[in-house]
Design a protein around this ligand. Structure first.
Ligand code: HPA
Ligand code: ZN
Length: 336
């Protein structure tokens, strides 16, 4: 595209990236070796980096992906492992022009393996500090709850003293909700989101990825979400789409993820034009870049290839992303 240089130079924000989803096969295998972890011997995908990458091109659904995602992250054990993972992501993101990143992690996926909350968080905080100092990025950390686990488990984690301390001192600025969407509607997690609101903790949730547009309305109405992760299926509900546009909620779209997980047949069918025309605000994000083979610049280029956006469209996308970020007005002005 003639716009390629402009797209490279755009001041980007990334707001939907699971740090565990940035675990590239090479780091996965080296950490497995370091800790003497035997990856599933009965799955041929784990025989080599190439076999694993090939398997990643054949996901059949969100749950098929999640199986690999949870096995992959089992190699993360020490603080330095979490730090290395996040630092590699920040370096790559900075190269792609990301100046502000709001990154997810899944505490329960590590707590359930006996990893201490402060062990994982310290690694991420160390990498964040380094990205701020050396790459001049700003970084916010968001803790996600796993919707496939019992709600009581999420509540106990939310109430945990170490987790509460991380909200109070701002190491963690917000909460999210991820993992399998079907069978686990947002309203199940209302109690946690009510508590988060009382503590002034920011709130987002995955909704309308595999699940229906109704989950987007529920995330807004029942959970008091301040933005929506994915929101792909908003396009199926014109009335809700008008409401989201009128009220200015931002969607953190992840088009490459949606294609790889078969939520949409191809990039052309991601409703980018529809959202732009309806005034629905969205940012473009990588979701799980190591699993979907695309970081943020790859994602922007794939969108441009299919949708041939104008300079004005790109300015709208980047401005909305910046304005929808959970940073200070002062920082937003620096990013503009
Ligand atoms: N959806 C739900 N859960 C996730 C995702 C996703 O795209 N990525 C990592 N956890
Ligand atoms: Zn996600």
């Amino acid at each position: 595209s003639a716009l390629h240089p402009l797209i490279c130079a755009l001041p980007k924000v990334e707001q939907h990236i699971h740090l565990e989803g940035a675990l590239e096969p090479d780091l996965l295998f080296s950490l497995a070796a370091k800790h003497g972890i035997k990856l599933l011997a009965d799955d041929a995908a784990f025989t080599s980096e190439q076999a694993l990458r090939d398997r990643y091109l054949r996901f059949t659904s969100l749950d098929d992906f999640l199986g690999y995602y949870y096995i992959g992250m089992s190699v993360l054990r020490e603080s330095v492992d979490f730090c290395e993972l996040a630092w590699r992501y920040f370096q790559r993101a900075a190269k792609d022009g990301v100046r502000h990143a709001e990154v997810f992690f899944d505490p329960q996926a590590h707590l359930s393996r006996g990893i201490d909350y402060n062990t994982m968080l310290q690694g991420f905080v160390d990498a964040k500090k380094r990205a701020e100092d050396e790459l001049h990025m700003s970084v916010n950390i968001i803790a996600c709850f796993l919707r496939h686990l019992p709600v009581a488990d999420s509540l106990a984690v939310f109430d945990n003293a170490d987790v509460q301390a991380s909200f109070r001192d701002g190491r963690v600025v917000g909460i999210g909700l991820d993992s399998s969407e079907n069978d686990f509607p947002p309203v199940m997690f209302k109690e946690i989101y009510d508590k988060a609101r009382d503590l002034n903790v920011r709130r987002t949730a995955h909704a309308g990825e595999e699940g229906p547009a109704q989950n987007i309305a529920s995330a807004l109405d029942n959970l008091g979400c301040q933005r929506i992760d994915h929101g792909l299926r908003l396009a199926e509900d014109p009335v809700l789409m008008k409401r989201v546009a009128d009220e200015g909620f931002l969607l953190t779209l992840c088009p490459v993820s949606n294609i790889l997980l078969r939520c949409v047949p191809s990039m052309k069918e991601v409703p980018i034009r529809k959202f732009l025309d309806a005034g629905v605000k969205f940012s473009l994000n990588s979701d799980d870049p190591a699993y979907f083979g695309a970081y943020i610049l790859d994602t922007y280029c794939a969108v441009q290839e299919a949708h041939n956006l104008s300079v004005k469209d790109w300015e709208t996308i980047c401005t909305n992303g910046i304005q929808g970020s959970w940073c200070s007005d002062e920082r937003k002005n620096e990013l503009m």
